[in-house]
Design a binder for this molecule. Structure first.
Ligand SMILES: [Zn+2]
Length: 394
């Protein structure tokens, strides 16, 4: 199994400057390689490939020992491969007759990751299991950078990447041969309804992960974006406003991921079989239904942002849940959520009127009253178990 780990870096001032320079030089390399491909094709009709550009690297490095020559050959190759990937995707889209979108030059702030494709080649991960605070990563041209290793890693480190998010630096490790950690069987099954008031409501009636803090963050992001829109292009204040928006977005992402991890962990520990809504289908229905928002200024823009932050929250949650379920040997089933919110879990009557409010469910046929999300979660669980039985019978 493969998985990745992300840790906060604690570079010194000097190292942070070197990291920024490293990123900048890789960005320049990417843009130069893109320019090379464009002119070769435009002027001579020649298609330049990764192999050609990788061959040129030696000369580029020799000509500029204090610049490009400082960094790892392999990380530079990884950057050239990234461009190759962009072109491959471009040609695939052309072939498929889609709107192609030619690979773009990366502006400042649009190139935030450098990858070292092999641990030990231009970089070295040095974990100290008995002294987690003494963990560091050695990066060619930067030095020994301290790492805040907040959890143990398992498996073998394959690639090492450095990523800039706002004013923070992270190291991302991609590990191979990560052993699965089977959890003991609980014989319990659960259905999940993904909602707005709670990220997840279970068929046992539990509400997990209140995304209210995400909503609060969404409001702050919206305010910061409005402030940004008022700033003059190219001004110092504008640059500051951009940094603030970026930092807020990063904060939302961190919170979202943290919530997803905690929620998924609880579920995987407690249940052998977990049934959830197929998000692609669910999102289509949701956007068609729309939501009611209290009237006010910029409601449309704000609710759009809230919506997208919540949508992303579900996506991240399901991705994390899938990883944890696989690693723990749990079964995950996705079902079509059609009618799960308007069907009575007791008598099976499906009616729009059953849904009294966003939170209340009251069956018009049998009088069964329940929390709307919990009722839906039971229907989702049944749909999943039915699918499972059908698959077993086949
Ligand atoms: Zn009923």
């Amino acid at each position: 199994m493969r998985r990745s780990y992300k840790f906060l870096l604690r570079p010194t001032g000097k190292q942070a400057a070197a990291l920024a320079q490293c990123l900048e030089d890789h960005r320049m390399l990417y843009n130069a390689a893109l320019e090379h491909r464009r002119t070769a094709y435009g002027k001579a009709g020649v298609t330049v490939r990764y192999g050609d550009q990788s061959g040129e690297l030696k000369h580029i490095r020799a000509d500029d020992p204090a610049g490009q020559g400082r960094w790892s050959f392999s990380s530079q190759q990884a950057t050239l491969r990234r461009l190759e990937k962009a072109f491959t995707a471009f040609f695939r889209r052309v072939k498929a007759g889609q709107k192609p979108g030619f690979p773009r030059f990366k502006g400042r702030g649009w190139f935030d990751t450098v990858e070292w494709p092999k641990d030990g080649d231009g970089c070295r991960w040095v974990s100290q299991p008995e002294h987690p605070t003494a963990t560091f990563v050695r990066l060619q041209g930067v030095g020994h950078v301290r790492v805040h290793q907040h959890r143990a890693i398992r498996g073998r480190v394959k690639t090492v990447s450095v990523k800039r998010e706002g004013s923070r630096w992270y190291v991302v490790l991609s590990c191979d041969d990560v052993p699965a950690q089977q959890l003991p069987a609980t014989r319990a099954v659960v259905g999940l309804d993904m909602g707005v008031a709670s990220l997840v409501t279970t068929s046992d009636g539990e509400h997990l992960a209140n995304p209210r803090h995400l909503q609060a963050s969404a409001d702050r992001v919206a305010a910061a974006q409005q402030a940004l829109a008022r700033k003059k292009r190219g001004s110092k204040r504008r640059r500051k406003a951009v940094a603030r928006v970026t930092a807020l977005h990063a904060k939302v992402r961190r919170k979202r991921l943290d919530t997803a991890h905690k929620t998924a962990l609880t579920l995987v520990r407690d249940y052998d079989v977990i049934v959830h809504e197929d998000l692609r289908i669910a999102n289509m229905t949701r956007s068609a239904c729309g939501t009611t928002e209290a009237p006010g200024r910029n409601v449309a823009a704000k609710s759009g942002l809230n919506r997208s932050i919540l949508d992303a929250g579900w996506g991240v949650f399901l991705t994390v849940l899938a990883h944890k379920a696989e690693s723990a040997g749990r079964e995950l089933i996705a079902v079509d959520p059609a009618n799960t919110s308007r069907t009575c879990a007791r008598c099976g009557r499906c009616a729009k009127e059953n849904r009294v409010t966003q939170a209340e469910f009251a069956c018009v046929a049998c009088g069964h009253a329940a929390h709307a999300d919990a009722n839906a979660a039971i229907n989702i669980l049944r749909a999943g178990l039915a699918l499972r039985e059908a698959a077993d019978a086949a």
